[in-house]
Ligand binder design. Sequence first.
Ligand SMILES: [Zn+2]
Length: 319
Amino acid sequence: MYSRLRTWICRALVGLIGVAFAWSTFAYATSDSGAVPVFSGKRAMELVHLQCDLGPRVPGSPANRALQDTILAHAEELGFEARRGCFRATNPLTGEEMDVCNFVVILPGTGAGPSLWLGVHFDSRPLADQDPDPRIRTQPVPGANDGASGVAVLWHLMEMAGASPPARTVVLMFLDGEDSGREGDPESFCLGSAHLAAGWGGFNSLLPAARPEGVIILDMVGDADLEITQESLSLKYAPGWTSRVFERAAALGLPAFQARGGRAVFDDHIPFLRRGLPAVDLIDFDYSPWHTGGDVPSACSAGSLAQSGALLTDLIYNP
Ligand SMILES: [Zn+2]
């Protein structure tokens, strides 16, 4: 993702808030009915490690393809319909042609009602161009938080749905080519989501025919000092949906979610907003290892992943 306001210095404040909450619980029960599964932050953290162990997932790389193959195979094993859709695009950083491959998994609901579309970018940035060390800036980022964190949450939700079929149909969108953009050129980011949202990216026959209740994008949700405010473009163009999502977070008592206006971020929700769907971007942009070699699993925490997981679990199983 890209923010024109990234130079804001909020780090110290965020750190103090993080310490104040001292969030250490790994899993949340989201209902006392017994019917709702519990999201495990510990399991999500394992899935962050698994992705980082593959290496940087830059578009067109063997690690990027290996991650697609692994999740698609797991989806099939669990009995879910899943599909990959690739297209050619110009790499904004190099000018070379590259393969960009989104993939989608459908978790079929047992009840009626509108579906929920959840999206994450699974690619990682080819250049650590914010690293303080010039020698690192030409290297790809590890992408533990910026990429792997959101994927881990969706992947674990898929595992949970395998054991506990959800009440509503959920579309899991794994988006490629989000983070190969040029600094100062927001439209050069988010290639996969733009392709999918423009004409549903070849997934038309797989997606539910009816309009979803809303789209939720997760990005950088693993920061150990997690604080997610209401991204301002989500709030402006999807105010009702953004409010509903944050109201659920408040009802669940999830301290990372702060129902107040945040900065504007150009992220994978923008193409869906442009298509006329309500879309909210859940992102913590105050992450000091952003686009550096320091974006590693130790900068993330199971407790932070568990908060987004608990929120989505509730939206899926208690529609
Ligand atoms: Zn990024």
